[in-house]
Ligand binder design. Structure first.
Ligand code: ADE
Length: 232
């Protein structure tokens, strides 16, 4: 898969993409990341990408013509498949694990990072969808683009070591994950639950299902309601 990121701050991505799973996905040739510097598509020699809002007000707005040129260029970077263009914005649809799964099957994702007060409203007609990573405002779309890339990279085939490593975890079954334990068996007065030491796999599976359900009921009952609605 290819992920292109259009940004004014390509330097923000080194570090985040050079460690752990994203690094492994790149090294295995499963993920190719292309950083596209929006400033290169400025209409003047000063590299101007933004302007004052019509009607007045504070802050600057990213220009539609600059973004359009950057998008046209980025669409041609990869020949296979049709690119899917996503604007990172707090006004978008809230990101979920289900969305990560959907996006992980694309050939080429183009993530457009907004900045300043936002983008010219006409940019919305140039993208396929808008995604928010939560109800809070960041200074730009770079961290949200990292979040999408990380969550997608670990879902790509042959990136995680164990094939089922992603199917049991939190949110995949609309539930939080069951509790995990490792050595030591006793830490202070906290013991590993006896069932996990029993070697009885049927009982262990049952216990884990009950624990996951109980944890979800207590902490995130909304997930269970959402699941019911999806099934209805
Ligand atoms: N840009 C600024 N805040 C954001 C958010 N919460 N999600 C996506 N893009 C953003």
């Amino acid at each position: 898969m290819h992920i292109s990121i259009i940004t004014l701050f390509p330097e923000m991505f080194s570090g985040a993409f050079d460690a752990s799973i994203v690094k492994r996905a790149k090294e295995k040739g499963k993920l190719h990341i292309h950083l596209v510097n929006l400033r290169k598509f400025a209409s003047d020699t000063y590299g101007t990408v933004d302007d004052h809002p019509y009607g007045g007000g504070t802050g600057m707005v990213l220009r539609v013509d600059v973004i359009d040129r950057a998008l046209k260029h980025t669409r041609t970077l990869i020949k296979e498949g049709t690119p899917r263009v996503i604007l990172m914005t707090p006004q978008g649809e809230t990101y979920t694990q289900k969305k990560a799964r959907q996006l992980s099957t694309a050939d080429h994702l183009i993530l457009l990072c907004g900045h300043y007060e936002g983008v010219d409203e006409r940019v919305r007609a140039l993208v396929d969808e808008e995604i928010s990573i939560g109800d809070y405002v960041l200074t730009g779309g770079e961290i949200p683009a990292m979040v999408l890339t990380d969550s997608i990279a670990r879902l790509l085939p042959d990136v995680l070591v164990k094939a089922d490593a992603t199917t049991n975890e939190s949110f995949e079954q609309s539930m939080l994950e069951y509790p995990h334990y490792t050595r030591p068996e006793i830490y202070g007065d906290a013991r590993v639950p006896a069932v996990l030491l029993s070697g009885n796999h049927k009982n262990i599976t049952k216990w884990r299902q009950e624990q996951a359900l109980e944890k979800t009921r207590k902490r995130r009952p909304d997930l269970l309601l959402r699941e019911k609605k999806d099934l209805a």
